[in-house]
Design a protein around this ligand. Sequence first.
Ligand SMILES: [Zn+2]
Ligand SMILES: [Zn+2]
Length: 266
Amino acid sequence: MALEFCSLSSGSSGNCYYLGNGFHGILIDAGISGAAIRKALKNLGVSMQTIMGVLITHNHSDHVRGLYPLTVKNHLPAFTSHKVWESLGYVKDKISSDCIREIGLQQKFHLAGFTIEAFPVSHDAPETIGFHICSGDKKITIATDLGHICQTAAPYIKAANLLVIESNYDEEMLVNGKYPYFLKERVRSDHGHLGNHQTSAFLAENMSEHLSHICLAHLSQNNNSPEKAMDTLRKSFLEKGIALNGKPQIMVLNRNMPSEMIKVNL
Ligand SMILES: [Zn+2]
Ligand SMILES: [Zn+2]
């Protein structure tokens, strides 16, 4: 049996990730339309009937755009923290109460055969969380919007076999780019997004045998390119003397297209 992971969309125009275990599946974020999510899953051969819920990281529209439609049309329960639910405002008000599931931070819960733990990350929303998801002895960590890797988040990121981590911007492109100064500062701040250099340095510093897959996520359209993200990571690994011989497998997630289905053997 294998775990199956697929990014349906990753970036500031929408985030949605699928994780399945052969019997059931879950979604992480619903930042594209409900119709786009249903279509992408159908193309992957995943039945909507097997999806048991959606985990929500924070209230930014690129993570919740399709949430309400999924709860209405597919009656999917949605799981997030009390503070994230409160920050969802009118979106929460529209959602039927039996689809609203509140979870505690750093408290394990079970869904669709997975054991899941939410952990707080630093980002410019009232609250933002990452998810650490276990199935058998395999661990998946998803952290897509964070300005820096704090002490609380670091152990969850280090423990992953399959890691989905933000690599949002290239420092030089951001500094020299068209964004107004305040926006550049916001992106670079501890509550903004992780740049290629930050993600790469952390991964090279904390490289471990158990890390089998790295998915670089949430790339900026204006301030990054898949080549820059990948090159920065390669350079950081090289500087640490780490040879990349296909392990871990590294993939840059596409902003607008589903990734290939990644399989992790259990
Ligand atoms: Zn985002
Ligand atoms: Zn965000």
